[in-house]
Ligand binder design. Sequence first.
Ligand code: PLP
Length: 450
Amino acid sequence: RTARNKDRRVTQANDTPNDLAAFWMPFTDNAYFKAHPRMLVAAEGMHYTAADGHSVLDATGGLWCVNAGHCRPQIVEAIRQTAGRVDFAPTFQLGHPLAFEAASRLAMLMPQGLDKIFFTNSGSESVDTALKIALAYQKARGQAGRTRLIGRERAYHGVNFGGISVGGIVGNRRPYATLLPGVDHLRHTHDPARNAFSRGLPQHGAELADDLERLVALHGAETIAAVIVEPVAGSTGVLIPPVGYLQRLREICTKHDILLIFDEVITAFGRVGKATAAERFGVTPDLITMAKGLTNAAVPMGAVAVSRHVHDTIEGSGPDGIHLFHGYTYSGHPLASAAAIATLDLYVTEGLFEKAIELEDYWADAVHSLKGARHVIDCRNIGLIGGIELEPRPGAPTMRAMDVFRRAFDEGLLIRTTGDIIALSPPLILEKSHIDRIFGKLAEILAAVD
Ligand code: PLP
């Protein structure tokens, strides 16, 4: 039997059989990984276990998603029990109670008025869902000319066509010629000349929100459906909004009757010390996209919180029947709903959002302790997010941050990198001792890499 299985091993391009060949890994240097696999085989609390048995302290919450720590028994048990009771139930023209309960629980965490929940399976789907809801809303209220969507440079809104169209990561857009038409982008808010080593929100740059006035003047407000921004941009290297920027964007959207969408796929669920960045920064958008921490990443699930006004406008348009022609087979999947309910419970019973606030200063001190470390040209922080930018190393075969990533993993620390920026987003259950270890190890590695 083993021999037969061996025969069926997949061949690589060079025809050598390899058990790793079949899985085309996402956003990965596949050839490098398959030559030097770094496998994670178990997880608990703040740690992963690697295939060779070494323990790895998780300073990235998986991929910004394991906010309550790994393999929490309450969540595992909720999934296990549900799987044995109702494996799947459609939510098209039918329902099951867990999806309604998960939606009600989630709605209670949202800013006032954003109490209608549409379920998806990922952040990318949440983004495309929100963009479609914005367009459907404009049409439903008799403003069908408002079809333009506004994103921002350096934004990451997932990988579906809507998300890459409003997104601003050039490498994610360039290979796919056909993007949504009628999209424009605000300038990004990152200004190292004025704001390097800012602690918390940078002081300079609120006026960058006025860039929306430029786009309104250029295209006409009557053509613009919605603006989408990440309150804190994570995947493009931890870009923190300047003081007053989000407030100003909200004011300009309101003035021109444009919907404002916050993409909170990474910022929701305590990452910035509140249920949402909207709450933390005191700015209420019309729609919020979420995923990741919603189920503590134990089962894929995303959601869009929609203002009652937007929802009622769409649902009140035309005669009875379906009004929003959109949905996924797995919208409100029972296992995901069960995981979401258990996760939201855990956030409350363990006070994890408050814990992020309590630790924020200690975390900020630790992030900024790397100012002056070799190669470091900027440090940024908010909530339990940290960004450490390294000086680029032109002409080298790998980015310096990638060398730090690989070395850190082998020495028991998981970080995330994007370009030459190290991004940190640990589970919110971490203790001060974990913070000391994360930054002690990083300081050591930065001193050692070329
Ligand atoms: N939007 C933002 C702000 C994100 O950070 C991400 C993922 O990191 C996404 C959307 C896409 O989420 P997913 O990978 O679940 O599709």
